[in-house]
Design a protein. Structure first.
Length: 327
């Protein structure tokens, strides 16, 4: 199997292999399509949350266990904005629906950028190059963030409204495709394309990668690598907040425990994808999304353990992850 994968596309084919195996086990094409779409959508939303963590680790060598705090705040900020724009969400005007969604996502992104700047300056900067202290101080920051959410929004679960144009599903024969899931898949694909292009095809991306490889040389050319890295951290935090906003609309009910719950999934994705690799993070997120949905349908009792089982299986096969960053 390994030789076949390497010959026809390598690990990039794994989601297709998993989908093909699931098709044989599920049998019913309509159920398989619904589960596959749900898995891809879930994978793309997890990618939004995990991409920032992968970016920060790969380019800055920072282990940020407080990353999921940005996910939680993004979800709650977006939910608050959507709740205040209830009239726009329920309007028959698609333009008002889109405007409400854009404002909610913009608020989450703005919060992520501002919080990322504060987090990097106050919490991360003093512990660069010290992974143990990074883990301890960012875990503490996560606990503080969860308490802040409790203080601001309370402990009662919050219902998250969706724009009218994202409600419902497309029915094609016996197949049901939820519109919000299709939207999540498209948005995740756009973000991945933007990140890939930005890091590999722009001057700024070249400077960032050069700063990782040889900081002294880049600074000798007159560029402030520390400012570039602050920008990377802010981008990673904003992506996490956007992922949280998307996840809030997906679940439609959120609690202050959201960040802690998603932290495990996010780290699993980053680990199995390969630390510091955006392409690996996307691949890992799609695998997690697909496996979680297929296993939840075929063996519900194993659903909660599916991510751990997947991580163990992949790391036994490829200890560095599916597509680790090349340094």
């Amino acid at each position: 199997m390994t030789a076949t994968l390497e010959r026809f596309g390598g690990v990039n084919l794994l989601p297709l292999v998993v989908a093909a195996l699931a098709f044989g086990l599920i049998g019913a094409p309509s159920s398989w399509v619904t589960l596959t779409v749900a898995g891809l959508a879930m994978g793309m939303m997890v990618f939004l949350m995990a991409s920032g963590l992968s970016l920060v680790f790969g380019l800055m060598d920072v282990l940020n266990f407080g990353h999921s705090a940005f996910v939680s705040f993004g979800a709650f900020v977006a939910a608050s904005v959507l709740a205040s724009l209830g009239g726009w969400l329920g309007s028959p005007s698609v333009l008002l629906n889109i405007a409400a969604l854009v404002l909610a996502f913009s608020a989450a992104l703005a919060f992520g950028l501002a919080a990322g700047l504060f987090f990097e300056k106050v919490i991360i900067k003093p512990v660069y190059r010290d992974h143990l202290r990074q883990i301890l101080i960012t875990m503490g920051a996560l606990i503080v963030a969860e308490e802040l959410i409790l203080a601001i929004w309370g402990g009662t679960p919050i219902t998250v409204p969706r724009p009218a144009f994202l409600e419902g599903a497309w029915i094609i024969g016996d197949i049901s495709i939820e519109i919000y899931r299709a939207f999540a898949f498209v948005l995740g694909g756009i973000v991945f394309a933007g990140l890939y292009w930005g890091l590999n095809r722009t001057r700024l991306g070249l400077l960032i990668r050069a700063g990782v490889e040889n900081r002294e040389m880049v600074e000798a050319l007159g560029f402030r690598v520390d400012r570039l890295f602050v920008g990377v951290f802010m981008l990673g935090s904003a992506l996490a907040a956007l992922g949280g906003a998307m996840w809030a609309g997906y679940q439609t009910l959120i609690t202050p425990a959201l960040g802690g719950e998603m932290m495990i999934v996010v780290f699993i994705v980053v680990i199995i994808g390969g630390l510091g690799s955006i392409e690996g993070t996307l691949l890992g997120a799609l695998m997690v999304g697909l496996v979680a949905n297929y296993v939840g349908f075929l063996a519900p009792k194993l659903a909660l353990a599916s991510n751990m089982i997947l991580m163990i299986a992949i790391l036994m096969w490829r200890p560095s992850g599916l597509r680790p960053a090349v340094k």
